[in-house]
Ligand binder design. Structure first.
Ligand code: AVI
Length: 333
């Protein structure tokens, strides 16, 4: 007979809700995306467990300074950010990944609950339990959810003012109209007492951007090509990664990074629902990463319904952290 205390989860195990099982089957979406003339794969499919780890590796590359610059900006202004948000909100971390960015805010924001949401269920569950062990005094809830279509907050999310955290310039992975609709949804989800803390990469020299998305070590290439392995797992398709190469560059006209996988040779990809022939040189578009200016960002946040926006940037204006508030009488002076 095993004593109860051995079977019971450790006190620090956070609650975890998996809403992915109840969301859409990825197969019709992927089939459709692969069969349109300009084939594409939505970037959310990068983030299986290996893809999430490869993204962590990208974030420490010297050529990809986004994460470090964002951290430095937040560190430099965290006192003011915390004063504006006020203590005791529910901290909702969209695309939480390894949860490390939000963890740095715990001491400053003293959240009543930390809610980590991500599409990579296993990765999030692992990282959240490590986080909970390090921070046993904080109440935590993990939610596996594709929040790109709708932000669903289940009843387990505590009531009270909400601070939504969307760092890392993930907003750039939406097309501008979808980014705007997403910001409107964050405004709804944060309620009339809420705030949004948003990290956004800014337009800069093309050579810097090209290098950030096509690094000499090939980490970004591995991240990009891994999407084919994830698609194989989801769709039971037969992509052979060695048939494809990584392409990543800044498209100045559209103010966006584009990533593609390009066929090295003629290849036919098969899966139970269909098949698709690609000629050598054909591309599958895997990601856009839009770059904004502080002005365009401020405008978009105001249009989305936020009453005020405080904008923080680094000295070179490479990256911006925007704090947007829902309530007009809390506007910064
Ligand atoms: C997650 N997202 C903000 C990253 C970006 O920069 O668009 C994903 C990424 N793609 C290639 N490198 C990093």
């Amino acid at each position: 007979m095993v004593p109860d205390e051995v079977l019971a989860p450790p006190r620090s195990t956070p609650q975890f809700i998996d809403l992915l099982a109840t969301t859409i089957d990825p197969r019709p979406e992927l089939t459709e995306a692969l069969l349109v003339p300009r084939a594409f794969i939505p970037p959310k499919y990068f983030y299986d467990s290996l893809g999430s780890r490869l993204f962590e590796a990208i974030c420490v590359l010297p050529e990809y300074p986004l994460t470090r610059t964002e951290r430095a900006i937040v560190d430099a202004h965290v006192h003011e950010i915390a004063a504006r948000i006020g203590p005791g909100s529910v901290l909702i971390d969209l695309g939480a990944g390894n949860c490390e960015k939000a963890e740095r805010l715990f001491g400053w924001l003293a959240p009543t609950q930390y809610v980590a949401i991500d599409i990579a269920a296993d990765f999030l569950r692992d990282r959240l339990s490590v986080l909970a062990e390090r921070n046993p005094q904080h109440s935590m809830l993990g939610i596996a959810q594709d929040f790109t279509q709708a932000i669903e907050l289940p009843a387990e999310v505590a009531s009270g003012a909400r601070a939504i955290f969307y760092p890392g310039s993930s907003i750039g992975n939406f097309a501008p109209d979808a980014a705007f609709a997403f910001l409107q949804r964050t405004r709804e989800a944060c309620g009339d007492d809420g705030h949004l803390l948003l990290g956004v990469d800014l337009v800069k020299d093309k050579s810097l951007l090209d290098l950030a998305y096509d690094d000499p070590l090939g980490v970004t290439a591995a991240f990009n090509l891994n999407v084919l392995r994830n698609v194989n797992a989801l769709l039971v398709s037969d992509f052979d990664v060695t048939d494809w190469r990584h392409v990543g560059f800044f498209n100045s006209e559209c103010s966006r990074i584009e990533m593609h996988v390009e066929a090295r040779r003629d290849v036919t990809v098969r899966w139970p629902a269909a098949e698709r022939a690609f000629a050598a040189g054909d591309r599958i578009h895997t990601e856009n990463s839009y770059k904004y200016t502080p002005e365009s960002l401020r405008h978009m946040l105001k249009q989305a319904g936020y009453a005020w926006v405080a904008m923080y940037t680094d000295e070179a204006s490479n990256f911006a952290v925007a704090l947007a508030g829902a309530r007009i009488n809390a506007a910064p002076t």
